[in-house]
Design a protein. Structure first.
Length: 82
């Protein structure tokens, strides 16, 4: 996960999923999971950041709850969640 200030009042989310993770169906599924977790927790994030999530190969079989736990944990480590 990479975090940058963007000097605006809105946040932007970028998701990078390599072809090494799986076929297009698997990659799109992971992207949708991350986007949904971010949407549900968006009010907890500080304002004015660009958030880039880089998905690793081990994420191919990840569930929604694992995605939520991992994204919130990484966000707390980065200090971007209230």
């Amino acid at each position: 996960m990479y975090v940058l200030k963007n000097d605006t009042e809105s946040n932007r989310l970028g998701i990078s999923v390599s072809k090494k993770v799986g076929n297009s169906v698997v990659r799109h599924h992971i992207t949708r999971l991350i986007r949904e977790v971010y949407r549900l927790h968006e009010t907890e994030y500080i304002r004015g950041i660009d958030l880039i999530v880089v998905v690793r190969q081990t994420a191919s079989g990840i569930t929604y709850h694992e995605t939520e736990r991992d994204l919130v944990h990484l966000s707390k480590i980065q200090g971007i969640i209230r």
